[in-house]
Design a protein around this ligand. Structure first.
Ligand code: ADP
Ligand code: MG
Length: 470
């Protein structure tokens, strides 16, 4: 049985087990990415799907797959794979989607859904998800502040005339300042204005993985077609292309093709092109062809405006002095600002009264100061590393020595040593019962990498942020 046949059979079973609306929305455009003995990896278009399918349908899927393969498959994992399924993998179900989706009047709302999504038609939602866009990241939900004014204006200009005004548009700035949001807003706008145009959002990391897979599996042509057939290509966190020669070459060719054909490219990065280490000069000059804008940390006024906007979205209220206190406590990162707001709202809901400014300060103490390191555990480190690299826990503690697992494993070892002063036998143990010499090697490997590998430096910095800011 081929993976396609297996998935057809499984979908057949699932179709009977879940409602038609849910089936069309969540399952019909999934496919089997790999099938290796007892393990099947299912491709899902974006995080939104992954989360929902995992929560709601995992048990059904596992049961059906196990039945169809007579118990051979024991494990099912989900992987975000940007863009539509390769044509040969498209199921007959997927092709039925547009017409059938129109017929479906109301779909069960996913748990992660919110007020912004309700204004969209099902067709639009389907396009948004196959473009891998987050429904929340539209211009409507973006609060323009002084430090994002220019980037916002550039994005709007590009959205209105894709491929014509600034190509590429390159947005850079620190973590959590709205780069991903703005770039995706371009995609949303284009899809709304011209439903027939093809928009594709992907991260540099996913692009790299797809490229590497394509080379391995001899599907370079399909890879090429996929990225060359879009009207608007959005690649997030392009700085991670540093040091990856093959991927740079692939990106370079894709970019030139799109640019020649007046297709829009939007890129984000944590730094300007010239500051990306080991980026080839020809790439730097391409990036500089269009427009380069930065986003900066929001001032107090903008933070307050963002908080009020989020309160409006949620239909909640807080006293103005509390809003001001939250804005004051959270330094610059808007993702943290949202986290802080949610924390305060949860408190308010629990107690039934709004908190005082003093109480807000207490609740948010952990956000304004890093968490106590003593509170951290090895398990947390491993979980955060898995989450960051999007690899399953059982793989990082498993036996495979594939590169995409080895680096996360070594980073986890390094962090356990650094943050917890864990012993080498202990680290080896936590990472699936490895030898202490393996743990020692892992730690010294990362220490060496940290002297010159920008990607590792950045990865560790971002993982630390996740560990100490949550
Ligand atoms: P970055 O890509 O720069 O790290 P994101 O675009 O992921 O940051 O933004 C982090 C979070 O903050 C997202 O949930 C986003 O919607 C929100 N956000 C950022 N900037 C704004 C803004 N100006 N108005 C409203 N929400 C914002
Ligand atoms: Mg981002």
């Amino acid at each position: 049985m081929s993976p396609e046949q297996l998935w057809q059979a499984v979908l057949g079973e699932l179709e009977l087990a879940v409602s038609k609306a849910n089936f069309l929305t969540w399952l019909s455009n999934t496919y089997i990415l790999t099938w290796e003995g007892p393990r099947v990896t299912i491709a899902v278009p974006n995080f939104f799907y992954k989360d929902y399918v995992e929560k709601k349908y995992h048990a059904n899927i596992l049961k059906a797959i196990s039945r169809v393969t007579e118990g051979q498959v024991k494990e099912v994992v989900y992987k975000i794979t940007a863009g539509p399924a390769p044509a040969r993998l498209l199921s007959r179900h997927a092709q039925a989607v547009p017409a059938a989706a129109r017929a479906v009047e109301s779909l069960a709302a996913p748990s992660t859904n919110n007020s912004q999504t309700t204004g969209y038609s099902q067709e639009h939602l389907a396009r948004v998800s196959s473009a891998s866009l987050n429904t929340r990241y539209s211009f409507d939900c973006f609060v323009v502040g002084r430090r994002t004014e220019l980037a916002h204006a550039a994005c709007q200009a590009v959205a209105q005339k894709p491929g014509v005004v600034y190509n590429p548009l390159f947005i850079y700035g620190g973590v959590g300042l709205g780069k991903t949001h703005l770039m995706q807003a371009v995609g949303h706008f284009v899809l709304k204005e011209w439903p027939q145009r093809r928009v594709l959002y992907t991260t540099c990391e996913a692009f790299t993985n797809e490229y590497v897979d394509a080379v391995k599996q001899g599907t370079a042509k399909e890879f090429q077609n996929k990225f060359r057939s879009v009207d608007v290509l959005l690649i997030d966190d392009i700085q991670f292309i540093a040091g990856k020669e093959g991927t740079q070459e692939a990106f370079f060719n894709t970019f030139d093709h799109l640019h020649r054909n007046q297709k829009q490219v939007v890129l984000t990065s944590d730094r300007p092109p010239k500051a990306i280490p080991t980026l080839e000069n020809r790439m730097i000059s391409r990036f500089e062809w269009g427009m380069i804008v930065d986003v900066g940390a929001p001032d107090l006024e903008t933070k307050i405006a963002i908080l009020n906007n989020k309160l409006g979205e949620k239909g909640s209220t807080l006293p103005p002095e509390v809003v001001q206190a939250i804005a004051n406590l959270v330094q610059s990162n808007i993702r943290e600002l949202e986290g802080a707001l949610n924390k305060v709202l949860a408190w308010q809901q629990l107690k039934g009264v709004p908190p005082s400014v003093e109480e807000v300060k207490q609740q948010l103490a952990s956000i304004s100061q890093p968490a106590k390191k003593g509170a951290l555990t090895s398990k947390q480190i491993i979980n955060v590393v898995c989450e960051y690299f999007d690899v399953p826990l059982i793989e990082i503690t498993g036996i495979s020595r594939k590169k995409h697992l080895v680096t996360p494993r070594q980073i986890a070892a390094y962090l356990m040593r650094q943050e917890l002063q864990a012993s080498f036998p202990n680290i080896g143990n936590e990472l699936g019962g490895r030898d202490h010499t393996t743990a020692m090697h892992a730690v010294s490997k990362i220490e060496k990498d940290l002297e010159q590998d920008q990607k590792i430096i950045q990865d560790i910095q971002l993982i630390r942020q996740r560990l100490f800011n949550s």
